[in-house]
Design a protein around this ligand. Structure first.
Ligand code: CU
Length: 311
């Protein structure tokens, strides 16, 4: 501490701080994902751009603003549109067919690959039950199709994709399934979940407006599972949806992740509130999904303040 006396030493220190700040900015941009910062994604929708600007103006906390608006809230974004061939399907096992329409209105037939697939599709009922993360097949004419299992209610269909020559985009639209709808409550926060004899425990900071690391630890019969298998290029895939509007959060697996028992992810919760998390992991050649309801606290609140604010 006492060593910093000469001007060159101070300059060196300031230089070091500057590099650190710039480094943090680059890292955050990479984690948030290019679609949230890509100007072209907002050029096509002036409304979206204004919303983003409003968020930026209203929040002076550094780092959190980039994730203020979750993805998947719009059926048309960045010049692309999600179009269901039939937006009403009967309950049961059904073939869901759709197009991603490009700026020219024609189905997109060329995509970039992300996580080993051209398109990741989330199909979930609006009460956040019936979650399915599937990978449709594409016909040469750009028609995507996949088998899904439906129950009566309104469903959300979210397509996470990267059209070739375009920015990454997440498009969402509704699908109606007729019949007697029995809404299921989300339930209280639960940081552990059981599926097929596996127990998964969620750890990490559940606070909005900041980059947060989530760790999901998999055990079986009380023993850590250390031989999780790669699935789509990672040892687990996490999807987070906001209750109420089913806003879709970008969640990025830790590059250095091992084969368990802990799988680590980075994300930013855009607001306080209730979220549902879905973890896909593979073990013994089978992909399973563990799900969690979590309550996320407010921006910048201490845990004490947050608890008082929420209850
Ligand atoms: Cu996928």
């Amino acid at each position: 501490m006492a060593a910093i006396t000469s001007t060159p030493a101070r300059l060196a220190v300031f230089g070091g701080i500057l590099v650190l700040v710039l480094g943090a900015g680059v890292g955050l941009g990479a984690l948030v994902g290019p679609d949230e910062t890509e100007p072209t994604a907002h050029d096509a929708g002036g409304h979206d751009g204004e919303q983003e600007a409003g968020h930026d103006a209203g929040h002076d906390e550094g780092g959190g603003h980039a994730a203020a608006t979750p993805a998947g809230l719009e059926s048309t974004a960045g010049g692309y549109a999600l179009h269901l061939v039939d937006d009403r399907l009967e309950p049961g096992e059904q073939r869901l067919a759709f197009h991603v329409l490009g700026p020219d209105g024609a189905p997109v037939t060329a995509y970039d690959v992300q996580h080993e697939k051209e398109l990741h599709l989330i199909v979930v009922r609006r009460d956040l039950t019936g979650f399915q993360h599937v990978h449709p097949t594409r016909a040469a004419d750009g028609t995507w199709s996949v088998d899904v299992d439906l129950t009566p209610g309104v469903w959300r269909v979210l397509a996470d994709t990267v059209p070739a020559d375009g920015a990454p985009v997440v498009l969402g639209t509704d699908l109606a399934v007729p019949g007697d709808f029995e809404p299921e409550p989300l339930g209280e926060q639960a940081l552990s979940s059981s599926v097929d004899g596996y127990d998964v425990t969620l750890g990490g900071l559940l606070q909005s407006g900041t980059e947060t690391e989530l760790a999901l630890t998999v055990t079986r019969d009380g023993r850590p599972v250390t031989d999780l298998e790669p699935y789509l290029g990672a040892h687990g895939h996490l999807v987070a949806l906001r209750s109420g509007d089913l806003g879709y959060l970008h969640v990025h697996p830790d590059e250095d992740g091992g084969s368990g028992p802990a799988i680590r992810f980075h994300s930013s919760f855009p607001s306080a509130g209730t979220y549902r998390l879905f973890l896909d992991f593979q073990h013994g050649g089978v992909v399973r999904t563990a799900s969690f309801t979590v309550e996320v606290g407010g921006t910048g609140a201490t845990s004490e303040h947050g608890a008082g604010h929420e209850h």
